[in-house]
Each structure stands twice: as C-alpha cells, then as structure tokens.
Write a protein that binds this ligand. Structure first.
Ligand code: FAD
Length: 486
C-alpha cells in the first residue's frame, strides 16, 4: 500500500519505520526542513542545546522499534542510566539528590527530610503496581477497540482498577503517603511530565514515578537529538521517502474514505494516511468533519518558556537535571492553568547536557537550558511575560546558587508557547497534547483512528496514549498494528 505520513515528529518517524518494515511504500511530508518536531537541537557560539525533551525513559521502546524493523541497533546509539535522576533545591535552603539507587535515595530522604523509609518503599511499590495494572490497557493498546478490552490480560487488569486510586488526585495520594511536604512536592512534580496539574490530575499518574525511580532515567551519549537522527536513518534504510518543507494543507476524503493529501496546489493519492500532526490542527485545518469539533473544548497541556544560555563558567553544585522549586506549588499551578500566566516564583528546571557531553560547551563553560512551565498560548502579552519571568528566574537562580548569573550569560535564545506552536503546529504550543487534569483524561484523548473515515490514522502526543517520547512511540506501534502487512 502507498502510505503518507504527515509530520516527522517521533510518532510519525516511528510509524513510518514500522509501516515500511511491513512492506509498505511510505512517504513522509514534513513542513520543516529537518525531522524531529519538538525534539530538536540548536547550536550557537560553540554551544549545542537539545531544545525539547531532555529526559529519556523506557529506552526499550526504541530497541523494540529496531527489532520490528529487523535491524540491529547501531553502536552509535548509546545511552547511559543516570545515577542522579535530578538535584532538587528548595527555597528554604534544603537540597536533595534523587538517586536512582533506591537505598541511597531513601537514606537521603530519611537523613535530610526525616521521612519514614517505609513510606518510600510503599510508594514506589504502589507506582509499580499502577504500571502493571494500567500499561496494557492505557498505554500499549488502543482503548477504542472492543477486541482489545476483551483480552484476558486486560480483563484481569480491569478487575484490579480500584487499586490504582483514579478517584484521588496525585497530590491527594502523595500528601497521604509522605510525612515531608518537600517530598510531596517532589513527587507532585511528575504531573508536569505530561503537562498537567498535580492538584487535579488523577493519582494514576503517580505511575510516572515508576518509570523514573524504579525503571530508571537515561541519557543518550550524544544528546537527545540523536534519538531522532537514528530513527530517521532507520526510516531511510527501510526505504521511507521524505519530503521536507512540505506543509500538508488538506487530507482528501471521498465517500468517507481518506484518499490522499494536498501539498500546496498538488494532490497526492494514497491508500492510507497516518497523521502525526496535532489532532487539533488536523480537525480545524486539514479536514472538514463536524463531529470532531467537540475536541475544541478539551484543555491543552501546559507549554514551556525556555531560555538557552551559553554560560561562561562551571557550577559544580549542579548536575544534568536540576530543579529549583517554588515555595507555593498550589498557587504556581493555579496561575498556570486558571490565571493562565507564569507565577512570579516559578519552579525552574535547569538542564545542562555539557555535564555529560563535553563538546556541548566550550572548555570551563556550560550550556544551560532553563525552563519554566508556561500556559498554552491563548491571549497573553508574551513579550512582557517573558521579560518579567526572565528577571524572576535570574533573581531566583542568584539567590539559590549565590551567584550573579547575568554576568556569565554569553549568548541566549528563547523558546515560548508561540515559537513552539509555530515550529510544530501544536495547539497553543502545548507540549503534550491535552492535559490530564481530569479523572477521565485517558478516555478523552483522541483515538488513533476515526470510525467515520476509513484509511485515516493518528499518532503522536496529541492522541492516545498521550505525550512524551515513550507514549508517542507506543502510539506508532498501535497504529502500525492496525494496518496489515502488504
Ligand atoms: P511533534 O514533535 O509534535 O511533531 C509534529 C511534526 O509534524 C512537526 O515536525 C510538524 O512540523 C509536522 N507537521 C504538523 N502538521 C503538519 C502538516 N500539516 N504538514 C506537514 N508537517 C506537519 N517528552 C519527553 O518524553 N521527555 C521530556 O523531557 C520532554 N520535555 C519536553 C520539553 C519541551 C520544551 C518540549 C517542546 C517537549 C517535551 N517533551 C518531552 C514532549 C515531547 O517532545 C513530545 O511529546 C513529542 O516529541 C511529540 O512528538 P509527536 O510525534 O507528537 O510530534
């Protein structure tokens, strides 16, 4: 079959690899000049920055992609498990290393925060149980096919669903589990891994702690963008053709069947279409399908404001991943999702890939990716918000690290909800599609297909099972399984 893939984000690339490996004739149309979508990199003045994702979990999903393509993983794609998942800095002066080794992590929590060690063991066991119960139903199969829900393993999981506390919020469950409010905040932060609010997102999402604390966080030896480069090369090897600088302007539908796409003035006929474009963009711009207008009402996930700074000194107290927490997490999330602005005391994430990749910064320098959560764009005055937030960030870094960071910023680039939307066409620059700020979020995500239009499929972070690299890879597998081999 001739298959078109719209978009070369990680979901589109993975779907293209899988479908070409099944013997199909696959062509990718990408509006940008390079593959990767939200996973990208920039270089300036001797510094290199991964601009999007910085955290790599479930690397076995990449291994699985190579296996599906019947190709060995190249030795150039190497990654290491992190010893320190993240360094946490609190306004009150406490600092904590989240060690990947659970005993070390527990010892540090006991010693620094006076936490009961049993509460950490219990919590991480329960996160593992949530994964066991939910992975098959919510992550690795379509939720929208009756045949999947009737599988024995799924039925068995459904019988245990009461154990995953979907009726509680993440924060509610965390507050009950930990004595230390500082640890509650640490585990609440995992809601931001899919752009949600821990005070609203269901406790089921505490599963994220399982991915990071039990299974481990990883980092590719040559940076996050090498994930894209390798999957792109795999696609080329499997015969996928790429058309860059090619904006798809419509999905052509005849008699309730997708029959092709239009790029500029040219129509191209295809047997099947797989879209990796944000589902909101597809529904509103690429097709006329009134039933789907309901998706407009769903709340987007958070976006981000990121400053990429070339920093002309080293900070030994920082690691690859660092968090400078706000004092009032609840207000910060209210501002993000209700007032749709950035708190004046935002939680700051500093990611420094030169801590592990020497060449990412000149000698004795560091490449800082400084990110705060931002609301998906609606109508904010971004120039002013960026100006004020930049100053708030600088003040907080100076206070926390006892420095004057502005003296060391040699060069700067900025990504905002506006630029993220322009680059990837995701609604409001949302990082993870829709938020999970409701008990029913998993069920409200758009399915990977439409019942009313044949031959049209959806992958990527805006559809089932959700955003983030692992889930986008899972969506590609779900879609490829729906399309028989040639
Ligand atoms: P996208 O990356 O959204 O790409 C879609 C592609 O389709 C784009 O290239 C776009 O140009 C193209 N396209 C869209 N419409 C058309 C059209 N009509 N015609 C042609 N081309 C089109 N995830 C993690 O796992 N860990 C992290 O640490 C993490 N941090 C993040 C930090 C930031 C700042 C950002 C931006 C994202 C982060 N994410 C993280 C989320 C992750 O990057 C995304 O969930 C994932 O990359 C989305 O992939 P996708 O397949 O949905 O496609």
């Amino acid at each position: 079959m001739k298959i078109a893939v719209i978009g070369s984000g990680i979901g589109g690339l993975a779907a293209a690899c899988r479908l070409a490996s099944k013997g199909h004739d696959v062509t990718v149309f990408e509006k940008n000049a390079t593959p990767g979508g939200k996973i990208s990199e920039i270089k300036m003045d001797g510094y290199r920055f991964d601009t999007g994702p910085s955290l790599f979990t479930l690397p076995e999903l990449v291994t699985e992609l190579y296996a599906a393509a019947n190709e060995p993983i190249p030795s150039s794609f190497a990654y290491k498990k992190l010893e320190v998942l993240c360094k946490y800095f609190y306004n009150s002066g406490e600092r904590l290393n989240a060690w990947s080794d659970q005993q070390k992590f527990t010892d540090e929590c006991v010693q620094k925060f006076g936490e009961d060690p049993a509460s950490i063991t219990k919590y991480l066991k329960s996160a593992s149980l949530i994964y066991k119960i939910t992975a098959d139903i919510f992550l690795f199969n379509s939720l929208h096919k009756v045949k999947n829900l009737m599988k024995f393993s799924v039925l068995k999981s459904l019988l245990q669903v009461h154990k995953i506390r979907f009726y509680k919020t993440m924060h509610g469950a965390n507050k009950r589990n930990f004595k230390s409010p500082l640890l509650v905040q640490l585990f609440d932060r995992y809601a931001t891994y899919n752009g949600s609010n821990p005070y609203k997102a269901p406790a089921t999402l505490n599963v994220i702690a399982h991915l990071e604390n039990n299974l481990g966080a990883y980092f590719p030896d040559k940076g996050m963008y090498t994930i894209v480069q390798h999957i792109y090369e795999l696609a080329l090897k499997k015969g996928v053709r790429f058309n860059f600088n090619s904006l798809v302007t419509s999905i052509d539908i005849k008699n309730k069947k997708a029959v092709g796409i239009t790029v500029g003035e040219t129509q191209h006929a295809f047997d099947k279409i797989v879209s990796d474009s944000d589902i909101n963009y597809v529904i509103n711009n690429l097709m006329d399908h009134p039933k789907e207008k309901q998706i407009k009402s769903l709340e987007p996930s958070s976006s981000a404001l990121v400053f990429y700074w070339g920093v002309t000194r080293e900070f030994p107290e920082l690691d690859l991943h660092n968090i400078l927490f706000s004092s009032d997490y609840k207000t910060e999330f209210n501002n993000l999702f209700e007032a749709k602005t950035i708190d004046k005391d935002p939680t700051i994430y500093i990611f420094i890939s030169s801590k592990v990749i020497e060449n990412d910064a000149p000698k004795n320098c560091e490449n800082w990716y400084v990110m705060v959560n931002a609301p998906a764009n609606s109508t904010e005055d971004w120039d002013e918000l960026i100006r004020v937030t930049r100053q708030n960030i600088i003040n907080k870094i100076n206070e926390s690290l006892k420095t004057n960071i502005e003296d060391y910023i040699a060069c700067e680039k900025i990504a905002s909800p506006i630029t993220i939307e322009q680059n990837t066409l995701s609604k409001g620059g949302a990082l993870y599609g829709n938020s999970s700020n409701s008990k029913f979020a998993a069920f409200l995500r758009h399915p990977n297909f439409l019942k009313s239009v044949q031959n049209l499929y959806f992958v990527g972070g805006s559809v089932h099972p959700g955003g983030g690299i692992p889930l986008c890879l899972a969506s590609a597998k779900i879609v490829a399984n729906e399309i028989p081999a040639s």
